[in-house]
Design a protein around this ligand. Structure first.
Ligand SMILES: [Zn+2]
Length: 238
């Protein structure tokens, strides 16, 4: 796994015995910018066993709850650290592990279908990597076959895989597009993500009406305006 390229300067300081890097909150702030198309992962991200990861997360999440003053002996709270750990590793962030990338079988385009195929309204359930709160929305995807087609559900699975990571919406859009281009062996791919960020609605400016739209137009979707308009018409966003 490639390490992220970042132009941010980092400096370490110790606060109450804990090493902190001064970039993070101080430099990125609430701007919701990502630093690269690849998810910033450590080189040894998947060397630790998943069971060990869950034990460690449960321990540390329990510490967070304890620091906040919650009584972990309470029946309702006792299992929360374990539940959160399992949810992180097995569910909402299982798209971090490349082993979980959906396998996609290519079929020959026997119908000789030459128009665009649009899959609209694909569920996006992701999490903002700056606040670890949900990003909820939809993805609209189009491609034009280069002689190959894939099962429709594979598009949903690819969207879901990259959503199940701590994300920024721009990167999510680019990662979905890049994977579709790779498996379909064509650049003629368009992706639009329209999503609401809970970190904008539940905190910060607390705006509940706005949503964020990001797009990627590859191949003919970039060079041929008509194709783009046709796609937008199908998803009723033009
Ligand atoms: Zn956020």
């Amino acid at each position: 796994m490639k390490l992220p390229e970042t132009s941010l300067n980092t400096a370490e300081m110790k606060v109450n015995g804990i090493v902190k890097t001064t970039r993070d909150a101080a430099e990125i702030g609430d701007e919701h910018v990502g630093t690269s198309r690849e998810t910033p992962l450590k080189a040894d991200a998947f060397e630790m066993d998943e069971e060990v990861k869950m034990d460690k997360i449960a321990y540390h999440f329990g510490e967070i709850m304890d620091i906040m003053g919650l009584d972990l002996t309470d029946d309702s709270l006792r299992g929360t650290p374990d539940r959160v750990a399992k949810m992180y590793i097995k569910e909402i962030f299982n798209g971090l592990n490349p082993e979980n990338l959906p396998e996609v079988k290519l079929f020959e385009n026997k119908y000789n279908y030459k128009e665009m195929l649009v899959e609209k309204g694909v569920t996006v359930h992701s999490h903002c990597e700056h606040h670890f709160v949900p990003i909820l929305g939809q993805a609209h995807v189009a491609y034009i076959s280069n002689g190959y087609v894939i099962g429709l559900s594979k598009i949903n699975r690819i969207v879901r895989h990259f959503s199940k990571r701590p994300q920024v919406q721009e990167r999510l859009t680019e990662q979905i597009a890049a994977e579709l281009k790779r498996v379909l062996k064509t650049d003629d791919v368009a992706v639009i993500v329209d999503a609401k960020h809970m970190c904008v609605s539940m905190r910060g400016v607390e705006d509940t009406s706005g949503s964020t739209i990001t797009s990627h137009y590859g191949g003919v979707f970039q060079t041929n305006n008509q194709k783009r308009v046709e796609f937008l018409k199908y998803i009723e966003m033009d």
